[in-house]
Design a protein around this ligand. Sequence first.
Ligand code: PEP
Length: 252
Amino acid sequence: MREKIVAGNWKMNTSIEEGRQLVEDILAGMDRVPEGVSLIVAPPFTHLFLIAHLLGNRKNPGLAAQNCADKKSGAYTGEVSASMLASVPCGYVILGHSERREYYAETDQTLLEKIKLALSEGLRPIFCVGEVLEDRESNMHFQVISSQLREVLCQLGPEDFKKIIVAYEPVWAIGTGNTATSDQAQEMHAFIRAFLAETFGDLAESTPILYGGSCKPSNARDIFSQPDVDGGLIGGASLKADDFLAIAGSFA
Ligand code: PEP
C-alpha cells in the first residue's frame, strides 16, 4: 500500500495570525481525514516555528517548507538552509515548484544540490515536475517530464530515492482553474512511475506521486480514484481549511 498524502502549499499567503487560525481550523477538522491519509501543510518560512509548536508531537499534519537553499551554510544573505528547516523541526520541503523554476531560474543542477542537502538533514523532498502548455500541445510533455526526473531524481542512490515524494503539476493547470482530466493525470503518473522504475526497479512502486493543479473539492475524488494518483499538492484550495479537509476526505 502506498502512502496517501494531501499537501497544502500556501505559497506567499497569510499573515502569521491567519496561518495560526488556518492550522487550528485544520486540527479541529482532522476527524474528516480518512485513516491512512497524511496531511502536510507548507506555510511561508516565517510561520514554520510557530506552526511546529502548534502541531506539537502530532505526526499528522506534517510540516513542510516551500524551498531551501542550495548551499549548506554561510554568507548567503536571505537564504534558509536545509539544516535550519530540520531544526524547526520540519519534516518535508517542496522543491522544484514551477514558480521557483520560472521566476527564480532554478535549474536541474540547483535542484539536485537542494535535494541532496535536504536528504542529508533528514527532510523528505516533495519534488515537483510539470510541463507548460506549449510542451503538451506539441506532444513533448513526456520528454519534458523524463528530463526533469532524469537530471535530478535519477541521480540519487536508492536509499535517498525511497524518501522522495513526487508531485506532477502541469504548469497550465496551476492556479488557472484548468485541472488535468483524471485520464491525463493517470497517464502521466503511470509514465512517471514506469520511468522511475527503469532506474530504481520495484522501489518506484512505493513512491507517492501527488497531482497538483487547480485541485479542489469538486474534482479531487475523480482524480484521486486513479490507480497511480496517491494524493494531491494543493495551492489555492489549501488556504481554506474546509476545502483542504474536503479534498483530504475525497479518497474512496
Ligand atoms: C501549486 O502551486 O502547487 C498548486 C497546485 O496550485 P493550485 O492548486 O492553486 O493550482
